[in-house]
Write a protein that binds this ligand. Structure first.
Ligand SMILES: [Zn+2]
Length: 180
């Protein structure tokens, strides 16, 4: 059986399967529908789900994200490695800037690639470690530059540009890879 997330809601009237661009399978079901019915429905739809997942994989050949569907289990399996990869690369990219940060945290975020707190804690989506190098570097540099400029001002982008001269191009690429 393909792993899926079950969402029960009073507003849902039928059992419905949604497949996200990340490859996450989400099943929405009304509150009262018994689990056995949902399991049977999924079994019937198995082939359809498999064909959709294959399509997603083909459509995104160079984004390693499609191999990380992003469930809790994937996060747990990859978080240590992701933290190591991202910490090393952050250190390398920060050599030119020499900004100081408190620590780096990896998270299983659904909509964000990174963020930076005013206390100098940098959060990265763990999937970033498995993204194309230019995208990964851009997000790291973006968050690093927030340590100096806590905004998206002209001065901020000038800082980003120092390490990623083609940041506008990479930003566009990143948009096409947004998590679910
Ligand atoms: Zn920002």
């Amino acid at each position: 059986m393909i792993p899926y997330t079950l969402r029960r809601s009073i507003r849902t009237r039928t059992v419905r399967i949604t497949i996200r661009r990340t490859g996450d399978v989400v099943v929405s079901a009304p509150i009262g529908v018994p689990q056995i019915f949902i399991t049977a429905y999924l079994a019937r739809m198995q082939q359809w789900i498999a064909s959709k997942l294959l399509l997603i994989k083909e459509r995104a050949p160079d984004t390693r994200v499609s191999r990380l569907p992003g469930g809790r289990r994937d996060f747990v399996a990859h978080k240590d490695e992701a933290l190591r990869i991202l910490s090393e690369r952050t250190k390398e990219l920060n050599q030119a800037y020499q900004f100081s940060y408190t620590k780096i945290v990896v998270r299983n975020q659904k909509t964000r690639w990174g963020s930076c707190s005013r206390h100098g804690v940098i959060n990265f989506n763990y999937r970033l470690a498995y993204m194309p190098d230019d995208v990964r570097d851009y997000v790291i540099v973006h968050e690093l530059c927030h340590l100096k400029q806590f905004n998206h001002s002209r001065a901020f982008w000038d800082l980003v540009k120092q390490a990623v001269p083609n940041y506008k191009e990479v930003k566009k690429k990143l948009k096409g890879l947004t998590v679910g």
